[in-house]
Write a protein that binds this ligand. Structure first.
Ligand code: URA
Ligand code: SF4
Length: 187
């Protein structure tokens, strides 16, 4: 575990802890407010993210941004990261050796940001954070509370590209998250 952002950045900058280091252009550590109440966790960088070094800047990211704007959630008030920080070739799912190798970085990010709410984007995020027994189809839209953090599993934004019904569910799940924030302000 890394106790400061400086340590974390120093450690990750030439990381070769897994085979995903071989094809990456940029390591995509995360972006946004390092003191955010709400953290989003995706799967791993795609081609656009690999090129730019920032999470969710491609097609799926744009869809997510539209939902955020529509709901009045400011992207720069969130902290956004991924399970793995380097792009899996051809956007395949990250493999177990890769997620295990990379997990210390994400754990440290969660420890440093101290979010109250974590949005889990898709099955890879859900299973790696809450456990293999969780299924995205059964879990999405339902709060899970663990060790003082509230988790909201929802669809990965890439899944929305192919499915209008999922767009509505995604929107509703993020609305829950937004309204959680209103709730703590009003009480
Ligand atoms: N998909 C992800 O899971 N993360 C990104 O950063 C981009 C696309
Ligand atoms: Fe290191 Fe994570 Fe990149 Fe693997 S995916 S090389 S563990 S930063």
């Amino acid at each position: 575990m890394y106790e400061t952002w400086e340590q974390l950045e120093e450690e990750i900058k030439d990381c070769k802890k897994c085979k995903l280091c071989q094809n990456r252009t940029n390591i995509v550590l995360g972006t946004g407010d390092r003191n955010a109440d709400i953290m989003f966790i995706g799967e791993g960088p795609g081609a656009d993210e690999d090129r730019e070094g920032e999470p969710f800047v491609g097609k799926a990211g744009k869809l997510m941004n539209e939902a955020l704007i529509g709901l009045g959630i400011k992207r720069d008030k969130l902290y956004i990261a991924n399970i793995v920080k380097c792009r899996p070739p051809g956007n395949r799912n990250p493999e177990a050796d890769e997620t295990i190798a990379c997990m210390d970085y994400l754990r440290s990010q969660v420890m440093l940001v101290k979010p109250k709410v974590i949005v889990l984007l898709g099955s890879v995020a859900l299973k790696n954070i809450l456990g293999e027994e969780y299924q995205i189809t059964a879990s999405r839209g339902k709060w899970v509370e663990k060790k003082g953090i509230r988790y909201m599993p929802t669809w990965h934004p890439a899944a929305l590209l192919r499915d209008e019904a999922k767009k509505i569910e995604f929107w509703n799940d993020l609305k829950e998250v937004r309204d959680w924030k209103l709730e703590i302000i009003n009480t």
